[in-house]
Design a protein around this ligand. Structure first.
Ligand code: HEC
Length: 199
């Protein structure tokens, strides 16, 4: 091929490329041509679309009975006194009392989640109680002192009477740490001279 012929063909290719690029100028306000549209728009049923294949006609399915959500341990107790006593017999506190970091964490969780009602020393004189919420019983008197850790865990988890459950706010781990902190408040109160606590 002569040099001239090469130049002519290169020139022709350039012209064709320019003409093609103008011809292909498209309207950018519209979606481009999709080569494999199923990759973008799955042919599956969308979560909230009706679905003729399921018994209730919905696409979103309920978890099978007995399913356990990832990271959520089941708690097989009802919000009853009997179940609180049963929890007291069956559950043991996995956090040792002499774990200082756990005590600290328990005291922080107590200050945030319990103190508003139960008061800084557990006497039942928190700000919420002082502003009219039914005051809780003292946590440092015999009744609570004699409760087993598992029973306290049950009360914190599911609530009791006017006290709402705290499963959503306080993690399982932190609930045990709060219990250890309550135990140390009880120990501190028992060291005080009789009568000092009611001041
Ligand atoms: C909204 C106020 C409120 C908050 C917050 C609260 N409690 Fe209570 N708590 C109560 C009330 C009211 C009672 C009494 C319930 C009843 O009627 O038996 C109670 C009862 C208890 C009891 C049983 C005491 C007994 O002698 O029967 C324990 C233990 C307890 N709470 C621990 C906690 C802990 C630990 C926290 C923090 C994780 C907490 N509570 C947060 C209001 C509260």
């Amino acid at each position: 091929m002569s040099e001239r012929a090469i130049n002519v063909s290169l020139g022709a290719i350039m012209v064709i490329a320019i003409v093609l690029s103008f011809a292909a100028a498209r309207d950018f306000s519209r979606p481009n041509f999709e080569v494999m549209p199923d990759m973008v728009h799955g042919p599956t049923y969308q979560a909230f679309e009706p679905n003729p294949n399921t018994p209730d006609g919905k696409t979103l399915r309920l978890p099978a009975p007995g399913s356990i959500a990832r990271g959520l341990m089941p708690f097989h107790y009802e919000r009853t006194e009997q179940d609180a006593l049963r929890a007291g017999k069956e559950l043991t506190n996995p956090v040792p009392m002499d774990d200082d970091a756990a005590q600290l964490r328990g005291s922080v969780a107590y200050a945030v989640y319990c103190q508003p009602c139960h008061g800084a020393s557990g006497l039942g004189d928190g700000m919420v109680a002082r502003r009219g919420y039914p005051p809780p019983p003292s946590l440092v008197i015999e009744h609570a002192v004699n409760m087993k850790d598992g029973q306290l865990f049950h009360i914190i988890t599911l609530g009791q009477g006017n006290m709402p459950g705290h499963a959503a706010q306080v993690s399982r781990e932190d609930r045990w740490k709060v219990i250890n902190y309550v135990r140390s408040m009880q120990a501190a109160a028992s060291r005080q001279p009789a009568g000092a606590e009611s001041k």
